[in-house]
Design a protein around this ligand. Sequence first.
Ligand SMILES: Nc1ncnc2c1ncn2[C@@H]1O[C@H](COP(=O)(O)OP(=O)(O)O)[C@@H](O)[C@H]1O
Ligand SMILES: Nc1ccn([C@@H]2O[C@H](COP(=O)(O)OP(=O)(O)O)[C@@H](O)[C@H]2O)c(=O)n1
Length: 220
Amino acid sequence: MSDIVVAVDGPAGSGKSSVSREAARRLGFAYLDTGAAYRALAWHCLDEGVDVEDATEVAERVAAFDYAIGMQPDHYFVRVGGEDITPDIREPRVTAVVSAVARVPEVRAGLTALFRRLIAEASEPGVIVEGRDITTVVAPDAAVRVLLTASPEARMARRSAELSAVSAEATAQQLASRDAQDSRVVDFMNAADGVTTLDSTDLDFEHTVQALIDIVRAGA
Ligand SMILES: Nc1ncnc2c1ncn2[C@@H]1O[C@H](COP(=O)(O)OP(=O)(O)O)[C@@H](O)[C@H]1O
Ligand SMILES: Nc1ccn([C@@H]2O[C@H](COP(=O)(O)OP(=O)(O)O)[C@@H](O)[C@H]2O)c(=O)n1
């Protein structure tokens, strides 16, 4: 069981995954990407021909969901039923349906229980957990709670830079629409009580990692 749990929430493209992973690497902590589980379940539903708009059908897939994730920053992987699907969960067809899967209450309850188990099992001195509802639902008692934000323009520019084949406009539209759908389910745009806001709009990657490490050292 890790002594220090660091909870990081924020909207798409704020830098949650990349910043949390690098901060964990430098601190010698484990790192849990919770969005990967929602993506993996969405991938699994597509793979099995499940209608992702049918909440009952999606909910039925949660109980037997055979999921594994690498929590060491240098050994990240995502597996479903033993199959490595690490790159597949980032495909646009998965991104397009993940919010529909993530709004099903049984999915949120099942994956929240899974995340709590994974956090409890981590043997590193600390674990950084990132997502949308970590500071509020998954680990509200975490020693350190951070809302990582950035302006919509900065977030869209970062995502467009990643997906050079897709037009910047299409990327911006997809990101805005996913944030809008997600924020009907969880409020990740406003910091809850006791949560530190880290705005990375005017910080480069290195400064954002440093700022997160400083918050962890001050709060843990
Ligand atoms: N402060 C920053 N300045 C510039 N680019 C950043 C910064 N933080 C993250 N990035 C880059 O922005 C992109 C999106 O970051 P990512 O960690 O995937 O965000 P999230 O997990 O919040 O969706 C990545 O390519 C990442 O390297
Ligand atoms: N704690 C979490 C994490 C992700 N999610 C859902 O999973 C999706 C993918 O999360 P992600 O963190 O991989 O997304 P990006 O912001 O990195 O693109 C989000 O759009 C949410 O619908 C969630 O509901 N709760």
